[in-house]
Design a protein around this ligand. Sequence first.
Ligand SMILES: [Fe+2]
Ligand SMILES: [Fe+2]
Length: 398
Amino acid sequence: MLLENQKTYRRLQINHTRNKEQDHTQLLDKAAADFRYEDCQEEYWNPEEFSLLYGTPLWEQSTPSQKIILNQLYWVAYYSQIISAEIATIYFNQTSAAGLYAQEDFRIICDSLDLESAQERAHINAFKTVANQVEAKLFGKRIFSYPMRGPFSETMVFADTNFFKRKWKELQLKTFGLLSADNTFLACQYFTVRGVRTLNGKLIQHKLSNFYQKHPNPEKAPIPAKISYYHFMDESFHFNSSTIISHDVIHCLKPPTEFEKLVANLGLQGCQKDHYHFSVAINGIFWYDPALYSAIYQILCSPIFDMNDTEAKEMIRRCFTEESEGLHRSYQTHTEARDSYKIYLEKLEYISKTNKEMTIMSSNTIPKYLATQKKALPTSLPSLSYLGSLGNLAVRKS
Ligand SMILES: [Fe+2]
Ligand SMILES: [Fe+2]
């Protein structure tokens, strides 16, 4: 019974009350409704180092106006990934709430999750509004964004995947949904996975939201920067609830069975696998770069950079297969994320050694990254030309 643990109950209550009071939904809806790309097209939306391909040969040779677009495209790409993660979050908030509601006094958690899911829908709407408008204006087609999708798609928008891997992932997600809806321990420990994923988000979103806070005139700040800030504010409550549920509410439950331990650890292992890669193109999102070549190629061939097929391919080769400041920065973020995950998992007893030490995620390195690119690039080049020959048709590889 949750009420027997007054301290935890109080913390849940305070977090829920404060989130309700400070809810940024209306501000986000207004920001989305007011967004007009023309109004903020000439400005940076993020700190400079959060630009697409920052610290790579492309960045070094870009003109000031191209750099502004790379900065804005970082925003579009970054939040396109967040949309996908939040669609999944809405679903698992619901299945977990079902699993938790089976216990006495758990209404407070379910009410918090309902509010959080509604907030995610406002977040998604704001991100989508900006991403769609920017890509339509700059390219007349989608590059990083995608039409609305369900919660069982590959969470990583640009992943190392194929038809079978996608189907397998879908089956795992569906199974976890069913299990957690009828198992309080698994429902509770979904929040360890959610906490870890949010930690990764916090790391970057804190810096993105600083841009608005440090803006000389925050009222006049570009709308996407405001959205970053409002979103970060809501997410801090989500992170608190993840932590209270996964770290404290767990003590109100029976100890896990071997099966429950296994499934919860598999969830974390999936998280490690999802976060194995790091991307030179986008610091802080653990995309698989070979899956991004075609997106970057299309940007390079667009009127913004106006490169021909040969020039675009050579630029891709230099950016992705050579060591650069950008690559080191992305690797640095990967390391920081991994270390913060370890700390987050430290006090949970049932966690396996590979998850506690994040061995899968830790096994990626800069030399491995470069070897992967050097192997993948030559086989990707012919399909890039094919993409070029299609011109401005809306094409996306996955
Ligand atoms: Fe969100
Ligand atoms: Fe959230």
